[in-house]
Write a protein that binds this ligand. Structure first.
Ligand code: M6P
Ligand code: ZN
Length: 187
């Protein structure tokens, strides 16, 4: 890979796109196996239209050590048996920190360090700080797409197995006035 030069990246706030852009990832319900509490409801959605739950659009900055990549994640509004649609969530193997900036819609940032759980309400303009060692998951708590910018160390990596093994401390359910956080239980 040739070294990346200093560059401006155009952010389109209306369409939530980056230009120039790097890879885009689409996560459907079938990609979220083992995460929602109600496994039957999850399977029914997969065998139905297997909806897109979220997309991740990256800038061209590569995920390699010493680089500082960015991405925009857009989570669709929805729930599976009341459990709000969310990202898979992950831990960074070497426990690097990360920064999120909420851009659009309403959401939450759920963090878990293996013992303690933290929830941050994320409204446009909120910067959510993920300290070293805290696994992180984003949740859409509203009725329109929730989008945020992430900035993270290029060598951070994504340990999804950690979340499958340890959970995230809490589960976020839809409520009339936002979110109902319930203690984590395994599916
Ligand atoms: C943010 C960043 C990315 C991450 C994405 C989706 O954009 O934290 O590194 O990939 O959210 O989250 P996940 O990888 O847990 O599906
Ligand atoms: Zn991360």
């Amino acid at each position: 890979t040739p070294p990346i030069s200093p560059m401006a990246i155009a952010f389109d706030a209306e369409n939530l796109t980056l230009s120039p852009a790097g890879p885009t990832l689409t996560r459907r319900m079938s990609d979220l196996e083992g995460l929602f509490l109600d496994t039957d409801a999850w399977a029914a959605a997969v065998h139905g239209d297997d909806p897109v739950v979220y997309t991740v659009t990256s800038s061209p900055v590569p995920e390699i050590d010493r680089e500082l990549p960015q991405s925009i994640t857009t989570i669709m509004p929805g729930h599976t048996s009341g459990e709000l649609w969310m990202t898979k969530g992950h831990q960074h193997p070497d426990h690097q920190g990360e920064i999120y900036l909420a851009l659009k819609g309403r959401g939450g940032l759920l963090m878990f360090d293996g013992e303690r759980t933290e929830w941050l309400d994320m409204l446009p303009g909120t910067i959510g700080y993920i300290p070293p060692g805290w696994a992180h998951r984003s949740v859409n708590t509203g009725d329109e797409p929730y989008a945020f910018l992430a900035v993270y160390p290029g060598g951070a990596g994504h340990d999804y197995g950690w979340v499958l093994e340890h959970g995230m401390g809490s589960r976020a359910y839809r409520a009339t006035d936002g979110v109902d956080l319930r203690p984590y239980s395994a599916p």
